[in-house]
Design a protein around this ligand. Sequence first.
Ligand SMILES: CC(C)(COP(=O)(O)OP(=O)(O)OC[C@H]1O[C@@H](n2cnc3c(N)ncnc32)[C@H](O)[C@@H]1O)[C@@H](O)C(=O)NCCC(=O)NCCS
Ligand SMILES: Nc1ncnc2c1ncn2[C@@H]1O[C@H](COP(=O)(O)OP(=O)(O)OP(=O)(O)O)[C@@H](O)[C@H]1O
Length: 203
Amino acid sequence: MYKIGLTGGIGSGKSRVADFFQEWGAAVIDTDQIAHELTAAGGAAIDAIRERFGPGVIAPDGSLNRRSMRDLVFSDPAARGRLEAIIHPMIGVVTQERAYQAQGCYLVFVVPLLVESGRWRDRVDRICVVDCDPATQVARVQARSGLTPEAIARIMSVQASRKDRLALADDVVLNDAHTTLAQLEQRACVVHKRWCSSARQRG
Ligand SMILES: CC(C)(COP(=O)(O)OP(=O)(O)OC[C@H]1O[C@@H](n2cnc3c(N)ncnc32)[C@H](O)[C@@H]1O)[C@@H](O)C(=O)NCCC(=O)NCCS
Ligand SMILES: Nc1ncnc2c1ncn2[C@@H]1O[C@H](COP(=O)(O)OP(=O)(O)OP(=O)(O)O)[C@@H](O)[C@H]1O
């Protein structure tokens, strides 16, 4: 199956763009969504997280206390490393299982940390970056989550820079402050058609 790695910084619009591809018939595997499933009540990562970080980071309903963990890991790189060492291998296993079963005109992996991980170049045919200026990322995440600009800036500071992401991109979907959702859909459609044609040629 023809494979796309879709990435972008926090609030860049990856999920919105992935939704378009799914509507148009692509299979989509979202690693952020898998991370949420693993850390929901009863999720496969909960016991290991409780063991490593103590019961204080688990909410009364048995799910991960996302706020406590967010405050911890985005101000303490060692703690972030411990959390990632638990969750990332699990995300890898689930991603592979879902990829075996995926059906669609092509397969999109939505991976926020694609550039940071350095492991995706050989696994996909194309890397697509949803590109956005940092100020707009902050504004979108603030509107969506109510996080402070400082908290958002801390998360962005541990992610790859816009320049590093673009350096790895085969395709770019611009989604900056001036981009309307209709324009975003049009730009997504351009790469969708390109990939459909490449996938058909591949046979
Ligand atoms: C720290 C956690 C609990 C905060 O949860 P919260 O609900 O606030 O955020 P959410 O999970 O929706 O992530 C929002 C965005 O934050 C960014 N982000 C999340 N984890 C990381 C990370 N380890 N490094 C850099 N950015 C990250 C991504 O852009 C992501 O899309 C959560 O992000 C988490 O479990 N992170 C570890 C797993 C991970 O690395 N996920 C991202 C890649 S799959
Ligand atoms: N061009 C746009 N116009 C208006 N709103 C937008 C646009 N692009 C994205 N948004 C909104 O901005 C927010 C962030 O978009 P989205 O969730 O798709 O980003 P993301 O890259 O998946 O973020 P994260 O990494 O945090 O999961 C959403 O509420 C989305 O609806």
